[in-house]
Ligand binder design. Structure first.
Ligand SMILES: [Zn+2]
Length: 317
């Protein structure tokens, strides 16, 4: 098991406080978050919040195509960061940075020290390890390069308060909606369709088991989809005492049709881990008022794989 040598939550609370003392942009955005407008919906028995957060415009509308990425300076590389942005040395490989455009009351970006592409292959153990170090207070998550990462060229995780995400509230993970369940590498693995999301839930007290199941699944899923590139994943990892839960949210698309619609029909909602875990971000006020249960259902239905596909995955893993 991992033995973190410090009390990371306590250190991170202090790190955020210190950053906000010296960094006006970050301080103002965290202050604004305290009065953020939120609507709460029940969609097919799932809690979904919609947050009107204008500071997220840059991220929501980020151009993530190769040409746009190659012409901008990487904002996760140390030499390009704003002078006020300090880094917290988590370990040999990763820094923790305060995310100055927060969604969570405490929102961190965890970039690899080296500028290497956003690809999960070979790094799932790091996701579970960092989740373990950050304890039950935070979730640690990964947005795939084609599925919500605004820096697909620089490997990074993010972390935020676990109790902020509806899916981690009591009854948020609906195991009773499992289409199938099996035991694999001493982990319990379930394919869940909760009426909104389709995902694989991997649960175990052993980080090695979680890693083994994900690695096995990832390869089988690539073969299943007949695509050598990384499937569209949002990965969200949480620790509950000695137990770990990894949610593999299986996406069909990054952005829904509403995003690309023109004029009044357009809704700027670009779903990544936080959105699909129950906090949908709308940077524009008009979208905040437009998004209701039916639209949420429609968007989730479009950006996740189908229930039929999820059913078929039982046979491949
Ligand atoms: Zn970089």
């Amino acid at each position: 098991m991992f033995k973190p040598d410090g009390n990371y939550p306590l250190q991170l609370h202090g790190f955020l406080r210190d950053q906000n003392k010296i960094w006006t942009l970050s301080r103002e955005n965290y202050e604004a978050l305290k009065n953020v407008q939120t609507h709460t919906f029940d969609v097919e028995g799932n809690v979904v919040k919609v947050q009107f957060n204008p500071a997220r415009m840059t991220s929501t509308s980020a151009k993530v195509d190769a040409a746009s990425i190659s012409t901008r300076r990487c904002f996760l590389c140390r030499e390009n960061r704003p002078p006020e942005q300090n880094d917290f040395h988590l370990d040999e490989d990763f820094y923790v940075l305060v995310n100055p455009y927060p969604i969570f009351p405490e929102h961190f970006t965890i970039p690899l020290k080296e500028h290497l592409p956003q690809l999960i292959e070979g790094r799932i153990m790091e996701l579970v390890r960092i989740t373990s170090e950050l304890t039950d207070e935070y979730v640690v998550f990964y947005n795939g390069p084609k599925c919500g990462a605004s820096a697909p060229d620089h490997f990074h995780f993010q972390a935020g308060n676990k109790d902020f995400l509806p899916v981690f509230e009591k009854g948020g993970i609906k195991k009773e909606k499992s289409i199938w369940t099996k035991s694999l590498f001493s982990a319990e693995v379930s394919g869940i369709d909760d009426g909104l999301r389709k995902y694989i839930l991997i649960e175990s007290g052993s980080p090695e088991s979680i890693t083994a199941v994900f690695t096995h699944f990832d390869q089988a899923y690539r073969d299943f989809r007949d695509d050598d590139t990384e499937p569209l994943y949002n990965l969200v990892c949480a620790r509950d005492g000695d137990n770990f839960r990894l949610l593999v949210l299986l996406r069909e698309k990054h952005r829904p049709s509403y995003y690309f619609a023109e004029g009044l029909g357009q809704i700027l909602l670009s779903p990544a881990s936080v959105d699909v875990c129950g906090v949908c971000i709308t940077p524009r006020q008009e979208d905040f008022y437009k998004v209701k249960e039916e639209i949420i259902k429609e968007i989730f239905n479009e950006v996740f794989i189908s229930s039929d596909q999820l059913k078929k995955l039982e046979e491949i893993i």
